[in-house]
Design a protein around this ligand. Structure first.
Ligand SMILES: [Zn+2]
Ligand SMILES: [Zn+2]
Ligand SMILES: [Zn+2]
Length: 362
């Protein structure tokens, strides 16, 4: 992610900032520019204008829960672009669950910002796009196996926001790291698959690299969970879960792709690495350069993590096998981004062009 600054005073501020800590300016995230803007007060309570636009804006209805998104006041919309993608969330009376949901929404805003920066089109679920993207954030204490995706709807188990629960799950499954942001990136990988692997050429490329996604899914996962934890091919797969099924290999690789790009862009934006171009639209990013920066950075990040009393779980250098898969993801993403830029947004393939958009994947 790039570094954001206050539009009034130039102070460095976080992506989620609602008010500059240095000068007190009201700040809001504008989805169209993917930037933080100063919100200028008007005679209308709670309405703002921007420096280059006299049009009225509101803050997103989720501002009280930490969202800094803004939207045009003249529309019927009440949520910002990212929050409007949420279909289900806990009731306000459930205070703990609402806090967990707000935290998960912050992670979602980050990943939606990244997809927008890369130029990957998103089709929100609507009457016109019944298979479009939506999110359900679910708090059902004691019920497992909630996180997954079905037909464009990403479901996130809010128990995963709890550090103790999440780390216990991480150890149970032998994972290097586990986060709500990671779950979102993974499930969006399944969603994007239907949009990126949509013709004979991309399907052939996918199957020759990741395997045949028509391999029985439930049996593959059952086999995976019966196998000893930690017993997987690190040369070919980015994680143990990736080795369970070609669809999960894709989703894990896609999640790693987003993580790697975000990490390296953030580091370079803060001056921790030097690169010509590691952010912006996907088709302008040189993945080899991203990898080079990552190789230079990873020992420093590991040491910084150790100094903070934690550890860096990210692999210091993706294996050649994993790099080959990341390159395929990058190629398919770049192709889609070029198409979208040339033609305008196109919705995901509808009507079962691939069968897995209708099945439940976790
Ligand atoms: Zn400021
Ligand atoms: Zn919002
Ligand atoms: Zn999955």
């Amino acid at each position: 992610m790039r570094v954001f600054t206050c539009e009034r005073c130039g102070h460095t501020v976080g992506f989620d900032t609602q008010r500059c800590t240095a000068c007190g300016a009201e700040l809001g995230y504008e989805a169209s520019s993917r930037n933080l803007r100063e919100l200028l007060p008007t005679a209308v309570p709670a309405a703002f204008t921007l420096h280059d636009s006299g049009r009225m804006h509101w803050r997103c209805l989720n501002a009280a829960w930490g969202c800094n998104g803004i939207l045009f006041a003249h529309t019927a919309a009440i949520w910002c672009r990212a929050c409007a993608l949420t279909r289900g969330r806990p009731d306000d009376e459930r205070v703990d669950a609402t806090g967990a949901w707000a935290s998960a929404e912050a992670a979602k805003r980050r990943v939606i910002h990244q997809l927008d920066e890369l130029g990957l089109p998103i089709t929100p679920r609507s009457a016109r796009s019944p298979h479009g993207l939506a999110f359900d954030f679910v708090a059902l204490p004691g019920v497992g196996g909630i996180t997954g995706v079905r037909d464009g709807v990403v479901t996130i188990d809010l128990a995963e926001v709890d550090d103790l629960y999440r780390d216990a799950e991480r150890r149970r499954f032998g994972e290097r790291f586990r986060s709500v942001l990671g779950h979102l990136r993974h499930e969006l990988g399944h969603v994007e698959w239907g949009d990126l692997v949509r013709d004979a050429e991309s399907m052939a490329l996918f199957r020759s690299t990741f395997g045949d996604e028509r391999e029985p899914y439930d049996a593959a996962l059952e086999r995976h969970y019966r196998a000893p934890v930690g017993d997987w091919d690190t040369e070919r797969f980015v994680s143990a879960y990736a080795s369970s099924h070609p669809a999960e290999d894709w989703a894990e690789t896609f999640a790693t792709y987003l993580q790697l790009l975000d990490l390296v862009e953030t580091a370079v934006a803060h001056g921790l690495g030097v690169a010509a171009r590691v952010g912006g639209r996907a088709d302008g990013i040189d993945l080899d350069e991203v990898r080079r920066v990552w190789r230079d950075l990873s020992p420093a990040l590991a040491d910084l993590g150790a100094a903070l009393g934690g550890h860096s779980g990210f692999p210091h250098d993706p294996s050649e096998g994993v790099m080959a898969k990341l390159s395929i993801v990058h190629r398919l993403v770049s192709r889609r981004v070029r198409e979208a830029a040339a033609d305008g947004p196109v919705g995901p393939v509808e009507g079962g062009a691939n069968s897995s958009t209708m099945m439940v994947q976790t």
